[in-house]
Structures are given as structure tokens and as C-alpha cells.
Design a protein around this ligand. Structure first.
Ligand code: NI
Length: 228
């Protein structure tokens, strides 16, 4: 499932982020890539231990945890501390698969995070740069994603994906991975669809007893499928 979640950050927050990030100490993105992806990766990235990355990453992690759509779709067990990247001057990241496990070294001892889901939070307005589309391949074909600043795309960590060359301006984004309480994408999707239906029935004033029963089904499925 590919999900576009609007307004994770407001316009004011995006402007504050950019004021800090535009003067940041961008390192070569290949420093954090695995062997295969280092061949394909050309971009700038904040070091994982850069205090600015840690500070802004915590704001992003907090914002997604509080977003009901993100929470319902991802059912997060662990959120890898968000990282930041920047593409300009023709930079790109060719087709690759993200590592299955990332080690969160902000935790002692380091925590192994299984990358069930990947997320990109766009921090540049689409009209401010050319190219830079995130292209995601799944079983339904190829999807091009380029969202307004402050919006996020959530997609399967298992997918092949690339960032097309940025030929004008700069594409700035936060990216991170999520280990879900529900590992199986099909089960996670069913829970999300059920959750969305329950919310919409609640909003339309459906029968309270039927809603209660349906909510029970949701939680009992989650209890059956969740792992910690
Ligand atoms: Ni990737």
C-alpha cells in the first residue's frame, strides 16, 4: 500500500525546518549507504549523529506518532530516528532496495529495527525544483510521488524505489523506517481498512451497538496479529 498523508508539518514548521536545514553541514550520502546502494546514491545527507538531525528528527517522529492516519496505517512498534537528505545539481538515487534491518544507535544497546515500511516527508515545495520524483515499484506497477512540503508518503519497505535526478533547485526531505506491530502487509492493510470504515461509520452516526461489536473485531484481530 502506498499512502499519501497530508499536513504532517504545517507551513510555519516547514519554513523553520528549512531555515535550519539550508545552512546545515551536508555530508556525502554514500557514508550511510550499504554496498549495493552506495553505487546508485548521489546526494547530501545529515550525519546520523548531527545534533540538528537528532533535534528535527524527534519533531518529525513526534508529529507522525500523533497523526491518526499514520498510526492506523503503520501501527508502529519502532520508528527509526528520521534522517534528512538533499538533492541538487543533477543528484539522484538510482533503483535500490532499503536494508531489511537498520540499527538505531541512539538506543543503548543499539536496537535492530525491521524496515517494514519506509516514509518520506517532503520539505521542499514541488514548484521549487525540477525532477526529484520518488518512483516506487510495487505489484501494481510504477508510481511517481512528488508531494507538497509537509506531506508524507508511506510505502512498503520491501519495494524497489529511486529518486530521479534533480535538474533545478533543491529537493530536501526527511526519511525514515518503521517496524510495525503487524509484520504482514496484507493483515496490516485489512486492519487499516477496518479502522477507516469504523471511523467513517462513527462520523455518520451509525448504530452504537453495531459499532461497538465492529470495534471489538478490530481489537481482537490486532491482538491476534500484533507482535512486540
Ligand atoms: Ni531507499
Amino acid at each position: 500500500m502506498l499512502l499519501h498523508i497530508p499536513d504532517i508539518l504545517g507551513a510555519g514548521q516547514v519554513a523553520q525546518f528549512r531555515a535550519r536545514l539550508d545552512g546545515a553541514d551536508w555530508a556525502d550520502g554514500r557514508l550511510t549507504a550499504g554496498h549495493q546502494s552506495a553505487q546508485a546514491k548521489r546526494n547530501g545527507q545529515l550525519r546520523e549523529d548531527d545534533p540538528l538531525a537528532r533535534e528535527l528528527g524527534a519533531v518529525v517522529a513526534d508529529a507522525v506518532r500523533r497523526n491518526p492516519t499514520f498510526f492506523a496505517a503503520a501501527l508502529p512498534a519502532h520508528i527509526y530516528p528520521p534522517l534528512f537528505n538533499r538533492y541538487a545539481d543533477g543528484q539522484s538515487f538510482g533503483f535500490h532496495v532499503d536494508n531489511a534491518i537498520r540499527y538505531d544507535r541512539t538506543r543503548q544497546p543499539a536496537l535492530a529495527v525491521r524496515t517494514d515500511l519506509s516514509a518520506t516527508l517532503f520539505l521542499a515545495a514541488p514548484e521549487d525544483y525540477d525532477g526529484g520524483e520518488l518512483v516506487i515499484e510495487d505489484s501494481f506497477g510504477s508510481h511517481e510521488v512528488k508531494l507538497p512540503a509537509g506531506h508524507l508518503v508511506l510505502y512498503p519497505g520491501s519495494s524497489l524505489h529511486e529518486v530521479r535526478p534533480v535538474t533545478r533547485g533543491a529537493r530536501v526531505a526527511a526519511f525514515f523506517w518503521i517496524q510495525s506491530l503487524v509484520r504482514d502487509p496484507g493483515q496490516r492493510r485489512l486492519l487499516f481498512d477496518l479502522d477507516v470504515s469504523i471511523q467513517s461509520l462513527t462520523a455518520s452516526g451509525a448504530d452504537a451497538a453495531a459499532l461497538l461489536a465492529l470495534t471489538g473485531v478490530y481489537h481482537n484481530l490486532l491482538r491476534r496479529w500484533a507482535e512486540s
